[in-house]
Every structure is written in structure tokens, then in C-alpha cells.
Design a protein around this ligand. Structure first.
Ligand code: HEM
Length: 411
């Protein structure tokens, strides 16, 4: 039995494979209060949906991640942040009714038309990345494919030039890093500096769009009117842009990498998909379910309440563990099994309710194109023997492979 009293979300064995812990929680303590850290983990599917679906009782404005090192922030951090624009609650950390005003605006900037129009360029980017290693017979999928694909797609969508991609990647990483683990003070300060650089860069781009509108997301934000009249201010627009980075980049990278890993670890499933490309959407959903890129996210109880029979006091923080809910046997029979043909769409990998992932159509399309491109452009794709430790980035919120070495016969 997995000793829950010993459970530490950031211990190396948890990062390596958290799933036995989640299973133990679902079976022994579905709403488990983590010793020392104090927050509750909601591990069952129905309880997760109850929390996500009830913004009256559970707020998304739940304070900092698991970090807390600079909480309350120190003087140097405040000085760095003062050079930029203040953080505003717009999407992820906002609650109804205010959240709906922003979400409505951003939905307009992320219309199905705009996402559909991105498909051909996503295919072109994926093909270009593949061409760089196709003749070589081997590749490191994370850095050569899964990172640059979503990064280039969102950079293009936001009008960032290809030459600025490495800087853009750094900003993306540094925006995400404070979410998931314990960072040193120096690293937190560096992340704050990156956020300010990001803000200055995009504030200038937004000014350009005010002068010279284009058919793009930045121009949509500049033209957006809250409640039909008030334009978004720069801090609000920067908050939204930063969330597109935080929420959209590393998550999609991790989906592409883990989906490839799962497929190569399960030759029977690989054969099925090779024989029938119409299974690719099923592969995308199953990879999201089995290796959820966002393992869980925080909420805060607004009132004294109860979840799954456990008393949760007002002010307590909860992590809704999507990754555990997605392996709940009562919803997904034989849940630990990876099966591209199963009905996985009810998974919670994109959340549920008010904050349901804005970018899910884009992420699904990028992952499907990535898998199709890889399978069509290689022959006998396989894990490179002896090269893969399958280590994951140390985070308790995001799950991502560090590297994935593959081999193949060039076509
Ligand atoms: C596999 C890839 C992705 C995964 C697993 C994922 C996961 C999630 C999850 C779980 C949430 C809900 C957060 C909550 O309940 O508090 C969310 C929200 C969000 N996602 Fe995604 N996401 C992905 C890709 C994207 C992409 C590509 C974008 C945009 C370019 C994006 C933008 C957003 C935004 C803006 C929100 C906040 C929505 C709101 O608060 O109303 N995501 N995502």
C-alpha cells in the first residue's frame, strides 16, 4: 500500500510516477490533506467536477502556487515588478461574474475561424521541423519537435518574429516555472525579470497595433470593449497575453511528447494508428487522459464546506487533481490501460466549467498534426534503446518529459 502520510508532491518518486499515490488517495482518502503543506487534494472524478463546477464555493483566485518562498514577497521582487505592469486577475485566477467579461472578449479573439485558419500553417511548421531530422534516422522529440511546434504557432499568432523565438521561449518558461515547484529566491527573481521584459515587449507591440491594426489577436485585444464600451487597459491585455503563454505552450509540448512516448511504449496501439489515421483524435484524447499535462490546479474554499464527505474550512486551498480524476475506475474502466479506441472525451485534462481551456481546439489540432506528421514522415518509429530515462520536469502541477529519444528508418 502507498503510505499517504508520507506523500510529498515534490519528492522525486512522486514526480517520477504520481499515479500510485493518486490511486491510493481515490481508494483511501479521496479528499486528502497533504501533511506539512496543508492543502487538500481532490482525487476522484465526481468530486473534482463538483469543485470545478461551483465557483460560488471555490474561488480560482487562490493565491500563489506551491511556491511560497517569497511569500510575502521581498523588497527586491517588488522593485522588479514595479518596473512592469501590475498583475490583474483576468482569466485563470478570476471568478464569475468578472471572469465572464474577459472570457467573452478572449473567446472572440480565439474564434473557431481563427483556429481553423491556423491549420495549414501548423502543418507547415510541423513539416519543417520534421525535415530537419527526417534524414538522420534519430531525433530528440522534446527539443526538436514538441517544444518548437506550439512555441512557433503561438508566436506566429501573436506576431512575434521567428528571430525572437528563443527569447519568447525563455519568457514562456519563466512565466510557468513559479507555478509548479519550489524555486530558489534567485530563480524567482529571474522569473520576475523575465515577466517584466515580456510585458515591455508586448506593450510596444500593442501600441503598434493601435496605430496599425492587423487581422490578428493583438489587434482584437486592442479593439475589444468590456461591456461594450470600456477598452482593456495595457495591464489587462498583458495579463491575457501572458496566460496564453503560461497555459498554452508547455502544456501542448508535454502532450505531444507524452503521446509519442505512450504510442511507442504500446506497439499494439501504434500498429492500430499506423493502420488507421482516423484513430489520431482518439490518441490525442487518450494521451490527455493518461498523462494529463496539467496534473492539477488550485482552488480556494470561500466558505466552510464539505467535499467528498471531508470538511474543508473557508480559506483552505485545494488542488483539483485532474490527472487522478482521469484515472478514476468508476468513470474509465481499466483506467490504467492506454487504449486509443476508448471513449476518453469526458476526461478533465482541459478542466471543466467556467475555466474550461480556451485553447483546447488549438491544442487538439496541434497534437493531431504533430502525431500525423511524425507517423507519416518516418518508418519503423521506435524508442532509442538505452537512451531514455523518461525523467520528468520536477513539478507537481505540470507533467512533462525532459527528453524523448527516438529512432526510425528514414522514408
Ligand atoms: C494540451 C494542452 C493544454 C492543456 C492540457 C490545457 C489545460 C488547461 C486547463 C486544465 C485549464 C483550466 C484551468 C482551471 O480550471 O483553472 C485551462 C485553461 C486555459 N487554457 Fe489551456 N490547456 C492547453 C492548451 C492551451 C492553449 C494552446 C491555449 C492558448 C493558446 C490555452 C489557454 C488557456 C487559457 C487562456 C485558460 C484560462 C481560461 C479561463 O480561465 O477562462 N490552453 N487549460
Amino acid at each position: 500500500m502507498t503510505a499517504l502520510s508520507q506523500f510529498n508532491p515534490l519528492a522525486p518518486e512522486t514526480v517520477a510516477c504520481p499515479y500510485p499515490f493518486y490511486k491510493a488517495m481515490r481508494e483511501e482518502a479521496p479528499v486528502h490533506q497533504v501533511p506539512a503543506l496543508g492543502f487538500f487534494i481532490v482525487s476522484r472524478y465526481e468530486d473534482a467536477r463538483e469543485v470545478l463546477g461551483d465557483a460560488e464555493r471555490f474561488s480560482s483566485n487562490s493565491g500563489p502556487g506551491v511556491n511560497g518562498v517569497l511569500d510575502p514577497p521581498d523588497a527586491e521582487l517588488l522593485a522588479i515588478q514595479a518596473e512592469g505592469w501590475p498583475a490583474v486577475n483576468t482569466l485563470l485566477t478570476n471568478d464569475p461574474p468578472d471572469h465572464a467579461r474577459y472570457r467573452g472578449l478572449v473567446n472572440k479573439a480565439f474564434t473557431p475561424r481563427r483556429v481553423a485558419a491556423m491549420e495549414s500553417s501548423i502543418r507547415a511548421i510541423a513539416a519543417e521541423l520534421l525535415a530537419r531530422f527526417a534524414g538522420r534516422g534519430h531525433a530528440e522529440i522534446v527539443s526538436e519537435f514538441a517544444v518548437p511546434l506550439p512555441l512557433t504557432v503561438i508566436a506566429d499568432a501573436l506576431g512575434v518574429s521567428r528571430g525572437d523565438l528563443p527569447t519568447f521561449k525563455k519568457w514562456s518558461d519563466d512565466s510557468v516555472a513559479p507555478l509548479g515547484g519550489f524555486l530558489t529566491r534567485e530563480r524567482q527573481l529571474a522569473c520576475a525579470r523575465s515577466v517584466v521584459e515580456f510585458q515591455k515587449y508586448f506593450a510596444a507591440r500593442l501600441d503598434e497595433r493601435r496605430r496599425h491594426p492587423q487581422d490578428d489577436i493583438l489587434t482584437d485585444l486592442v479593439n475589444a470593449r468590456l461591456d461594450g464600451e470600456k477598452p482593456l487597459d495595457t495591464a489587462e491585455m498583458l495579463s491575457i497575453l501572458q496566460q496564453l503563454l503560461v497555459a498554452g505552450n508547455e502544456t501542448t509540448t508535454n502532450l505531444i511528447a507524452s503521446g509519442t512516448m505512450l504510442l511507442l511504449q504500446h506497439p499494439d496501439q501504434l500498429s492500430r494508428v499506423l493502420a488507421d489515421r482516423s484513430l489520431i483524435p482518439g490518441l490525442v484524447e487518450e494521451a490527455l487522459r493518461v498523462e494529463s499535462p496539467v496534473q492539477g490546479l488550485f482552488r480556494m474554499a470561500r466558505i466552510d464546506t464539505e467535499v467528498g464527505g471531508v470538511r474543508v474550512p473557508a480559506g483552505a486551498r485545494l488542488v483539483v487533481m485532474y490527472a487522478s480524476a482521469n484515472r478514476d475506475e468508476t468513470v474509465f474502466p481499466d483506467a490504467e490501460r492506454f487504449d486509443v479506441c476508448r471513449e476518453a472525451r469526458g476526461h478533465l485534462a482541459f478542466g471543466y466549467g467556467t475555466h474550461f481551456c480556451l485553447g483546447s481546439p488549438l491544442a487538439r489540432m496541434e497534437a493531431a498534426v504533430a502525431f500525423e506528421t511524425l507517423l507519416d514522415g518516418t518508418k519503423n518509429l521506435r524508442l532509442a534503446p538505452g537512451k531514455n530515462d523518461l525523467a520528468h520536469v520536477p513539478s507537481f502541477i505540470l507533467r512533462g518529459l525532459r527528453q524523448l529519444h527516438v529512432e526510425f528508418d528514414p522514408v
